[in-house]
Ligand binder design. Structure first.
Ligand SMILES: [Zn+2]
Length: 260
């Protein structure tokens, strides 16, 4: 099995164990074009073509591994090819075929995930993986207007432990509530990524993260959620945590050459 698919199964298991993937919640798509061997590339489709609902010119001939629609992360962890599929984007850039192994229809979020991949390629980004999940403490933060202010949550989370800024150096972008699965949510997410965030928070819903591979996207969310847990633990002890100082955080940026 392709490494990216093994890695996706591993991450899907973590999402379930963390309580971030109830029922069929969450989505993963990985651009695996560079890992597909020539024999697989020329395989005839087992289903399709199906319309994407969008024309995405940079994805012509690209291959993606996608979680299947209505499939559970906990099932994908055990059986990735029964709960996800490999698709190929057709030459018209607006439809796809399923090429392996079972005709599992990809996530209903496919158009928005693919729009993000198309955007990443347009920017020459090395990012090939996108993750949507429901991390409990991060979602809880978005129920307060205070933390929805631009970079308010980023500053607080970075100040909880130094690793947060080191390993999620672009912070947490915020997208006000929009209907799940909609075109508007996809567009707002791309705008936030374009505003230089790898992890974007959807108010009262979940996160959307992009990175070079799915493990790295998961790690960024995991690091941020850990910081939120530390904040909540301090509040539960009855006090507002001090957080690291601005000078301490600036020192991290200088010493580690961080982008912000
Ligand atoms: Zn969701």
């Amino acid at each position: 099995m392709i490494t990216e698919i093994q890695q996706t199964a591993e991450v899907a298991g973590y999402l379930w164990e963390k309580g971030w993937a109830e029922r069929n919640g969450g989505n993963i798509t990985v651009n695996i074009t560079e890992s597909i061997d020539p024999d697989t590339k020329s395989l005839p489709p087992i289903a399709g073509p199906f319309p994407i609902g969008k024309t995405l010119p940079r994805l012509k001939g690209c291959f993606f591994y996608c979680k299947g629609t209505q499939k559970r992360m906990r099932d994908l962890a055990r059986a990735p090819m029964a709960n996800g599929s490999i698709i190929r984007i057709c030459d018209d850039c607006s439809s796809y075929e399923i090429i392996a192994e079972n005709p599992v229809k990809p996530t209903s979020e496919l158009p928005s995930h693919l729009a993000v991949h198309d955007y990443l390629l347009s920017k020459g980004s090395p990012y090939r993986a996108s993750l949507h999940t429901h991390p409990i403490e991060l979602v809880a933060l978005t129920h307060s207007r205070k933390w929805m202010e631009k970079d308010a949550a980023t500053r607080m989370l970075w100040s909880m432990i130094p690793e947060t800024k080191a390993f999620c150096p672009r912070g947490l972008g915020m997208v006000p509530y929009l209907l799940p699965s909609g075109v508007e949510l996809a567009e707002a997410t791309i705008k936030a990524i374009d505003d230089d965030y790898d992890v974007v928070m959807w108010e009262k819903h979940g996160v959307f993260a992009v990175d070079t591979d799915i493990m790295s996207a998961f790690d960024q969310v995991d690091v941020l959620n850990k910081a939120a847990q530390i904040y909540i633990a301090a509040r539960n002890m009855g006090f507002e945590p001090d957080g690291m100082t601005d000078a301490q955080m600036q020192e991290l940026t200088d010493v580690f050459g961080l982008p912000k």
